[in-house]
Structure formats: C-alpha cells, structure tokens
Design a binder for this molecule. Structure first.
Ligand code: SAM
Length: 242
C-alpha cells in the first residue's frame, strides 16, 4: 500500500516504497554515522532546553530556584540512593528540564514507576516529550497528597526533590515536606540537593516534622557545587550507602 502522497496528484510510489524499505532520513547512512548524528541531535536538544530554562529563570528567578538545570554528576548522585528493585514508585518534585528524571531512569527505575511533579507547564511538556511513559503531573508540590490519592498512585519509596526549599517561604517548605512524608511508605526517603553549606531543612522544622537528615554527598564538580541530603522519619534509621 502506498503512503499518502504529497498532494501533487502523483500516484507513483517512492523508491523506498517500491523496494519495501521504510524511508527515513537515515537511509543509506552507516550505523556509526547515525549514532553520531543522534548524539549531536540530543546534545542540541539539551542545549535548547537549557537555554529555555535560563530564559524562564530570567523572568522568574525565585520560582525556578536555579539558573541552570542540575548537572550530570549531581543528577547521578541524587539517583544513587534509590533502590530500583524495591517495591513502589519514585516521585520527583520540580522536574525542570529532566536532568534528574534521566538519571533516575538510568539508575534502573521503570518509566511507569516514575512520577514527576512540576509547576511550569512548559517544563512539563519538555519532560513528557523526552521521557515517554513517565507520568508528569503539572501541579504544585504542596498538593502532592491529594494529587497522588486522586490518581491512585502509590506506595512511594522515594521522593527526589530539586525544589528550591532554601529560598522558599518557611510555611511552603514545611507543607511540602509534610506532604512528601504523608505519601512516603515506611522506610521511604526524601532526597534533596542544595547549593548551601547548611542543611536545606532547618533544625526547627526537622524537629517539628519528626525528621532526621544526613548529608550523604558533596558534588564538587557541579556548578555550583552541591550537597545531597537524605531525610527520613526519626523512627527509622538512615543507613549510609556503602
Ligand atoms: C532547580 S529547578 C529544577 C532543576 C532540575 N533538576 C533540572 O535539571 O532542570 C527547580 C524546579 O522546581 C520547580 N518548582 C518550584 N516550586 C515548585 C512547586 N511548588 N511545585 C512544583 N514545582 C516547583 C520549578 O519550576 C523548577 O523547574
């Protein structure tokens, strides 16, 4: 069967159709070259997303929290404490352009087991386009509990957050943490990175919410250098990764 024609009235099949070969832009090009072209295309797309993120940051710096997306090493460090084999889903808060989303998937979490909550509609579209199968909820992280309940999502084994907690109004920060621990299954962890040398969750808030935290890693190669923090309920011990 011929594919739909270009509208010029011609009924002649293309050479690819006649030979039964699907016509693609890569036909007749060696595998290595195709791989190189794909890589270049991916890099170009990543740069475009980063630039778009930067433009959004120029308009609303406080809403985005960072001037550029999280670097690769930081994204890997954030994903490192997730056990892909453990039951339950992973929730990412503040997906941005998807750097950490990619690292979580690369760490072995299946796309259908990853839920990204992002407030900016444009960034939600970027993530949904790049990571098919991942569920993207375009919403405010403060609404996490009703969001997941209404969608029938759970249990949650980890919440991975890029939210600018340090820059947030204290009430918002506290509300987000309370929401995260309301959905986290027993033993579940809240992972947060920060550019600050201080803990992203202040002591008073930790005590009020019954949380303990450890700085599990510094990622000095990130620009700016960042620290990864892991939080759990007081009643559960945090084991450091070996
Ligand atoms: C530091 S940036 C994300 C960096 C991300 N890891 C990346 O590589 O692009 C923080 C993100 O959190 C989102 N955000 C901030 N407050 C939010 C909230 N209350 N609910 C959902 N998303 C929020 C921002 O829109 C922004 O995309």
């Amino acid at each position: 069967m011929y594919s739909s024609l270009s509208g010029h009235g011609s009924q002649r099949p293309t050479r690819a159709e006649a030979g039964g070969v699907r016509k693609t832009p890569f036909n007749g090009i060696g595998c290595q070259r195709v791989a190189r072209m794909r890589k270049a295309f991916t890099r170009q797309r990543a740069r475009r997303d980063e630039f778009g993120f930067f433009l959004m940051w120029l308009r609303r710096p406080r809403r985005l929290g960072a001037i550029v997306p999280s670097g690769r090493a930081l994204s890997r460090a954030m994903a490192a404490s997730i056990d892909p084999e453990a039951p339950g889903v992973v929730v990412e808060l503040g997906g941005g352009t998807g750097s950490i989303t990619r690292a979580i998937l690369r760490a072995g979490v299946a796309p259908q087991d990853l839920i990204v909550v992002e407030r900016e509609a444009k960034l939600c579209k970027v993530i949904a386009r790049h990571y098919p199968g991942v569920r993207v909820l375009c919403a405010d992280a403060r609404e996490l509990k009703p969001l997941l309940d209404n969608a029938g999502i759970g249990p949650v084994k980890a919440v991975v957050s890029s939210l600018p907690l340090v820059a947030m109004v204290k009430d918002d920060c506290s509300q987000i943490l309370a929401a995260a621990f309301a959905v986290l299954a027993p033993g579940g962890e809240f992972l947060q990175f920060t550019y600050s040398p201080a803990a992203p969750v202040p002591q008073q808030m930790r005590d009020k919410l019954g949380l303990q935290g450890i700085r599990s890693q510094w990622v000095l190669s990130n620009l700016p250098p960042a620290a990864v923090w892991r939080y759990r309920r007081w009643s559960e011990t945090i084991r450091r990764a070996a």
